[in-house]
Design a protein around this ligand. Structure first.
Ligand SMILES: Nc1ncnc2c1ncn2[C@@H]1O[C@H](COP(=O)(O)OP(=O)(O)O)[C@@H](O)[C@H]1O
Ligand SMILES: [Mg+2]
Length: 362
């Protein structure tokens, strides 16, 4: 167990900035997801922590020790790559034993440790098989086993679930979380999948173009995105973004959406500079209430354009004053294409962003 600290970590190759002044503080035993679209620098951050690449500037600490100049082997880090990279001619036992044999441990010690890890990972029955005879999920467990058998202080996993099919991915991610908690090992997992990040991580680091945009616990990342990029990339279905204006009448700021005016209970000092200006508003599909009858004193009238039944929930596309909004409703909501419907928004769940910087305003 160890904490991991990155301070102003920067990686430049030629004139390209691959990682830009990246700072995070990961506590011992935490599972952190590095989340971002392809090309955002996730793999590079993992490689820098592992020591497979060197930083251009900044400092990396593992267990409060500066590791910038330590070789990968001396950093106490285990890494699982996207491709699993098992030795095809070795059995599962030998794949797991390999890192221990390199350390020249005694046969009996190797056997005990391989069996213990295989037990934790639920692969004891596969020890005599070769990788070609394993399913994707089984190979993945062997790859994890090989990374943790040396008892590293930190486990790094580069998109460990991306090569699994959709159903298996959900099963294995639950397993991965269980194993991580059982071992209590500080773990950093990269993923381009927001649902994966939300479901397994204590904290999520959202990256864009080598920069850290937000670092927070999973529920804050979802509920309080600090930037429109976070709002648009975390949450399925995607958040609705609509244009609006801030009006100030007396003491109360009002959000003037095309289809509704909503009183905001925020301090005027916080939002006064936006008076009369256009801003961007984010409305999460799950936070738009939709019914067949109007409720409240300000019903928002909409037309149902499209209904998608998913079983546990229904996704509806609504047109409201010329804008399309997506909403998620309970499956028993009796909505059909062409119906008239009424929307209710809850001020507490509305996100407002500066249109130029993308930063969250309230
Ligand atoms: N060794 C390298 N030299 C130059 N550019 C690189 C190198 N490694 C990665 N890149 C570039 O850096 C960017 C970030 O890559 P990467 O860390 O692989 O992103 P991710 O894992 O988020 O998809 C990409 O644009 C990639 O092409
Ligand atoms: Mg990558």
């Amino acid at each position: 167990m160890a904490n991991v600290k990155l301070e102003g970590v920067t990686k430049r190759v030629g004139n390209r900035l691959l990682v830009d002044n990246f700072t995070v503080n990961i506590r011992s035993g935490e599972l952190v997801a590095l989340f971002g679209p392809p090309g955002s620098g996730k793999t590079m951050v993992l490689r820098l922590i592992a020591g497979l690449d060197t930083v251009t500037s900044g400092r990396i600490y593992i267990d409060d020790q500066l590791v910038n100049n330590l070789s990968p082997a001396r950093r106490g880090v285990g890494m699982v790559f996207q491709s699993f990279a098992l030795y095809p001619t070795y059995t599962v036992f030998d794949n797991l034993a390999f890192p221990l044999r390199k350390k020249r441990l005694a046969q009996s010690e190797i056997k005990t440790r391989v069996e213990k890890i295989a037990d934790i990972l639920g692969i004891s029955h596969l020890l005599e098989k070769k990788p070609a005879y394993l399913s994707g999920g089984e190979k993945q467990r062997v790859a994890i086993g090989r990374a943790i058998i040396k008892e590293p202080k930190v486990l790094l996993m580069d998109e460990p679930l991306t090569n699994l099919d959709a159903k298996l991915r959900i099963l294995v991610r639950t397993e991965l979380r269980r194993i991580q908690q059982e071992l209590g090992i500080t773990t950093i997992v990269s993923t381009p999948d927001d649902q994966e990040a939300l479901s397994i991580a204590d904290k999520i680091a959202v990256m864009r173009q080598g920069k850290l945009i937000q670092y927070d616990d999973a529920s804050s990342i979802y509920q309080k995105p600090s930037h429109i990029f976070v709002a648009q990339n975390i949450g399925t279905p995607q958040i609705n973004i609509v244009r609006a204006k801030i009006l100030v009448e007396g003491k109360n700021p009002i959000l003037d959406l095309n289809f509704a005016k909503i009183k905001l209970s925020v301090d005027i000092a916080k939002i006064g500079q936006y008076a009369g200006k256009e801003i961007l508003v984010g409305l999460r599909p799950s936070e738009i209430m939709v019914g067949k009858v109007s409720v409240g004193d300000q019903p928002i009238r909409a037309k149902v354009e499209f209904v998608e039944l998913l079983g546990a929930e229904t996704i509806v596309t609504l047109s409201v004053a010329g804008e399309n909004l997506t909403a998620v409703v309970p499956p028993e909501t009796p909505l059909e294409v062409g119906d008239e419907a009424y929307l209710t928004l809850d001020e507490a769940t509305i996100h407002v962003f500066d249109p130029d910087s993308g930063e969250s305003i309230i």
